[in-house]
Design a protein around this ligand. Structure first.
Ligand SMILES: C[S@@+](CC[C@H](N)C(=O)[O-])C[C@H]1O[C@@H](n2cnc3c(N)ncnc32)[C@H](O)[C@@H]1O
Length: 349
């Protein structure tokens, strides 16, 4: 069976890890110390590489920023030190720079840092992302449009080893004047307001006193912040997000907000009067509506009687069909450029 596309880089990296001699068998090249048999894998939810490393004698630690079924996640990798680090090529170059820097801060002098990913993820031009203090990377393996690169750390990387040193501040204006907004590499719409998000914000009405609001896939908190600005006294907002780093940004942008690291609305106590979402549509390079379908399926269980779900997405997507399967009432409430906002509920209000 062909594996899902996102898993191929991990399989290729696993092949390299299986092929090389077990730890301790490598000819030591003085003055580098022999590699400790510990390995850290950053940002790879697939099991292939960690399994291959474990089978070849390494004690493996994994770190993920996104909550993934059956795995822990956190905003920053554990401190180590580790004998070597493997970094799965992330989607954004800024994030690749941040992760390789974090990798270099987790190994000693002479240790290896690997980066692996697919051609369509930018692995061919990724050598520029390695931090100062590392040697020019070499390509260990090219296979199935994927590469495994490796470098050796020579000196500590330049920035302090903390998420704070990667904070990005940029003005964001959703119609009430520019705000200083905090982002980190790899968060959605880093440094800007996404046009679909802006359209959704334009549709959020003034919320009556006491409204209970849920922002599903809250990112850095921009939709919830705009909604709260229009809300009466006592409005409670819950921000649900699966990316631990986005939630750190949201905690800085909306101090005191009710943030939940999670993946499913069904796990929330509810009830909510309004659920708003600019949901994730893409997983890797393939279009994937699974999260929207799950949100729509589970929303009635946490909506108050008369509650509504408001979703923005590209107009070409079959979101109305998905909403109509669950909700008897569904309307298009905005249409701009390539985006639409739909509102769904069980009763008229
Ligand atoms: C299109 S972005 C929107 C972010 C933010 N609401 C905005 O408009 O700027 C979708 C967000 O949903 C998050 N996400 C993806 N799957 C999720 C899930 N199952 N549960 C919660 N959040 C999820 C992503 O990490 C991402 O931050």
């Amino acid at each position: 069976m062909t594996p899902p596309h996102g898993e191929i880089p991990s399989q290729v990296a696993a092949e390299w890890a299986r092929r090389r001699p077990p730890p301790g068998d490598e000819a030591p090249t003085p003055p580098a110390p022999p590699p400790a048999p510990t390995a850290l894998v950053l940002g790879d939810p697939a099991p292939h590489l960690p399994r291959a490393l474990a089978r070849t004698g390494y004690a493996v630690t994994r770190w993920l920023r996104h909550l993934t079924r059956g795995q822990l996640c956190s905003p920053w990798p554990p401190p180590g030190p580790f004998g070597e680090v493997w970094v799965r090529m992330p989607r954004s170059s800024q994030e690749a720079v941040m992760l390789l820097h974090a990798a270099a801060a987790r190994v000693g002098g002479g240790a290896r840092i690997h980066l692996y990913g697919a051609r369509n993820e930018g692995i061919r031009s990724a050598a520029r992302h390695f931090p100062e203090g590392t040697e020019p990377p070499v390509t260990l393996l090219i296979k199935r449009r994927c590469r495994v690169l490796a470098t050796t750390r020579r000196a500590p990387p330049p920035r302090p080893d903390a998420l704070d040193s990667w904070e990005i501040r940029a003005p964001v204006d959703w119609g009430a004047g520019p705000r200083d907004w905090i982002f980190y590499p790899g968060v959605f719409a880093c440094g800007r307001l996404d046009p679909a998000t802006a359209l959704l914000i334009d549709c959020i009405p003034a919320l009556p006193t006491g409204t209970r609001l849920l922002d599903f896939g809250a990112g850095t908190g921009v939709v919830a912040a705009a909604a709260l600005e229009r809300a009466g006294h006592g409005t409670q907002a819950v921000l649900l997000e699966r990316d631990a780093i986005s939630l750190v940004a949201a905690s800085r942008n909306l101090p005191g907000a009710n943030l939940v690291l999670g993946r499913r609305v069904a796990a929330l106590p509810g009830p909510f009067d309004l659920i708003v979402s600019n949901p994730p549509i893409h997983a890797g390079s393939a279009q994937n509506l699974h999260t929207v379908e799950e949100l729509v399926r589970e929303a009635p269980g946490v909506l108050a009687p008369g509650g509504r779900l408001m979703v923005v997405a590209q107009r070409r997507l079959p979101v109305p069909r998905i909403l109509e399967r669950t909700f008897p009432l569904m309307n298009t409430i905005a249409d701009r450029e390539s985006f639409r906002v739909w509102e769904a509920g069980r009763r008229r209000h």
